[in-house]
Design a protein around this ligand. Structure first.
Ligand code: MSK
Length: 654
């Protein structure tokens, strides 16, 4: 167990309150339950009913003779398939919502970004000229749905990758067909007695993950943008201090924006605000947790309470009148926590019920009506509150750096491009870039590894993009504001100050890691940095990962050419051969390695060496930490426009 449970002082206060109130949280359960020493490193085989076979000590093969390599590879491949399924099913539901909206069956949704709709239409080979946006949207939705189930054809978005990468995927026969087919094939091959060659199994795992990244997740992101708007920078607030003692607090938690976007509308409905006042509240305060939070944060500026490990603790404040959940990363423990307080846990997805929770099923055909019913349930619960304690910590942030905005910010409407970014990598102001993403994990100190890695990277002039719970960890630390230049190396600082951006760019939720893929593809084809993603001086990190989705994301980053370091521990530690395959083997095969490295210092060191090696291979200026030290002399407070954020870093008061 880590020495400390968290570095967030608001969480420390809430853990004390949970203890005083007799509430057990994941932090307590992590202390009480050690990870299984056989399953954790991938040595437990349970694909048939003669086992599980535990490959430890003298037992080196299962009943069927399956080796440690085969077992570890099968376990990893199955986890990747499950993660890909989660993202892609989310994406498919977005396509169904778009279809219903375009056909006039879901009247509460509009096509908010027509420009993006038409761009996506062209990418999916849907004719868009001289057609209404609704006509185009119907065909885009149908094309997307067909993409998920394509049996033979590769998914359309493969064509968004650099041509060299596409060619490599085709040569290796891993250009993904529909993600459904790839997931099924992983499950079939890893079924008892089928594919029993570790490398062969893991090659299919890559294909499946690519079907997620360049298929299901990318479609989820694009369709969300079409329906709810493509994000641009938006100022917002984070941490427990955003809860209000005198207002109805409604927390949305999970991943899908379809319901939460409607709850945003319902929470600002004058009639419902009046209704809240009739119950003694001053108004309605809508906030988020996890990736539903990221979705409405980056489009609507809705504040975020915390990341994955903070979900039970939000209830412990006694101030949450309703916690509305949809899919993924929702702990069953929130229902038990809510029994100590008045909080109503409301499950909404037809796919996700939780025993003991209140159920209000979401239906996109009457979306706003359901959203209002949910908000009303939260309001009705306000008078039932007991004691309330809200830790007084609030930080400010800027979120919403979509691919489209990053393009725009480097030249405006008429000259948008990635040229300035590439040029600054070439001249060494920016040493490289990193995607730092992913969950919290109760086996390590909450947010500590995230922030250590990000601070080390930006100190070393590495521009960081972030998503998911890592983005929320950064938000709580004030790292998503332009004022954090004190942590930033001089070259990167100069670039960020010139453009007016933070050194850490919030790019969205878990499925929005697909935005990072398209940014990388554009960097690779812009010129000057090679011709493929694996030529770029970039790295991937998931410092506190815990979810199968994170394994799929990590795998599609690697298969796309980004060497990636996963923190915490390795799910394949039990097989040296599998570790070799996904590191040296994949480096040779696909041009990038998949590392599991629990030591964050070592991971950063290796990633910086990797970035420098990529610079050298491109024959770029050797990176020097002092070359731009004189030109980038401005520090926080030297310039006025963002003084409003100057507090930062777990500041007290909202
Ligand atoms: S919510 S998958 S804990 S990032 Fe997307 Fe956070 Fe990881 Fe869930």
């Amino acid at each position: 167990m880590p020495d400390k449970k968290t570095i967030d002082p608001a969480v420390v206060e809430m853990l004390e309150k949970a203890k005083a109130d007799g509430v057990l949280t994941m932090f307590d359960r992590a202390e009480a339950t050690a990870p299984c020493p056989i399953g954790h490193p991938g040595n437990c085989c349970h694909v048939c009913f003669m086992g599980p076979c535990r490959l430890v000590g003298k037992t080196t093969v299962g009943l069927c003779g399956a080796t440690k390599e085969t077992v570890a590879a099968r376990n990893l491949a199955r986890a990747i398939a499950a993660g890909a399924a989660a993202h892609s099913d989310h994406g498919r539901d977005m396509a169904l919502t778009l279809l219903a909206a375009a056909q006039g069956e879901a009247l509460d949704y509009q096509i908010k970004d027509e420009k993006k709709l038409r761009k996506v239409a062209r990418l999916l080979n849907v004719s868009e000229q001289e057609r209404t946006k609704e006509e185009v949207a119907v065909d885009v939705a149908l094309a997307a749905l067909a993409d998920f189930t394509s049996v033979k054809e590769e998914v359309a978005y493969v064509r968004r990758a650099p041509p060299k990468r596409q060619a490599l995927w085709r040569r290796l026969d891993i250009a993904p067909r529909g993600v459904d087919r790839e997931i099924v094939e992983v499950l079939h091959r890893t079924n008892m007695g089928t594919d029993q060659d570790a490398e062969h199994i893991l090659t299919q795992a890559m294909r499946c993950a690519l079907g997620d990244g360049w298929g299901g997740s990318m479609l989820a992101t694009d369709i969300s943008d079409i329906l709810f708007g493509t994000p641009g920078p938006v100022a917002a607030r984070s941490n427990f201090g955003i809860l209000r003692e005198d207002e109805v607090n409604i927390v949305v938690h999970g991943h899908e924006p379809t319901l939460s976007e409607m709850i945003v509308v319902a929470a600002t409905d004058p009639e419902l605000i009046e209704y809240a006042k009739s119950k003694g509240a001053k108004g309605i305060n809508l906030v988020g947790i996890c990736c539903t939070a990221n979705e409405i944060l980056m489009r609507q500026g809705v504040p975020v309470v915390g990341n994955f490990l903070s979900q039970e603790l939000a209830i412990v404040t006694g101030a949450v009148d309703a916690m509305v959940v949809d899919i993924q990363c929702i702990m069953q423990g929130i229902v038990a926590a809510a029994e100590h307080y008045h909080t109503k846990i409301i499950t909404t997805s037809p796919k996700a019920h939780i025993t003991g929770a209140t159920r209000i099923e979401f239906d996109e055909h009457r979306a706003l009506e359901v959203a209002k019913e949910i908000v009303r349930a939260g309001i009705d619960n306000f008078p039932n509150r007991g004691g309330v304690y809200i830790p007084d910590y609030v930080d400010h942030l800027v979120a919403g750096f979509s691919h489209e905005y990053i393009n725009y910010m480097q030249g405006g409407v008429y000259r948008e491009s990635f040229r300035p970014l590439n040029d600054n990598v070439i001249n060494g102001r920016i040493r490289g870039a990193a995607g730092v993403v992913g969950c919290n994990n109760a086996r390590v100190t909450q947010d500590d590894v995230h922030l250590y890695i990000i601070k080390e990277l930006i100190k070393n002039d590495v521009l960081v993009v972030t998503t998911g719970c890592n983005a929320i960890a950064c938000a709580k630390q004030g790292l998503l504001t332009p004022e954090v230049m004190e942590f930033t190396g001089p070259g990167l600082r100069e670039v960020c100050q010139t453009i007016g951006i933070p050194p850490v760019l919030h790019m969205g939720s878990c499925v929005d890691n697909s935005r990072i893929l398209t940014v990388l593809a554009q960097c690779a084809t812009e010129g000057g940095l090679g011709e493929d993603i694996n030529n770029l001086p970039v790295a991937g990190f998931a410092p506190e990962w815990m979810s199968e989705k994170a394994l799929s994301i990590g795998c599609y980053f690697v298969a796309s050419g980004v060497t990636t370091w996963m923190g915490v521990g390795s799910p394949v530690a039990g097989s040296e051969e599998v570790q070799r395959i996904i590191t040296e083997g994949w480096k040779e095969k696909i041009g990038a390695a998949y590392y599991f490295e629990p030591d964050p210092e070592k991971a950063v060191k290796e990633a910086l060496a990797h970035i420098d090696a990529k610079r050298a291979a491109l024959k770029l200026e050797e990176y020097s930490p002092t070359r731009y030290a004189r030109s980038a002399t401005y520090l926080p407070g030297d310039y006025a426009p963002f003084e409003v954020f100057a507090e930062g870093r777990y500041s007290r008061g909202g």
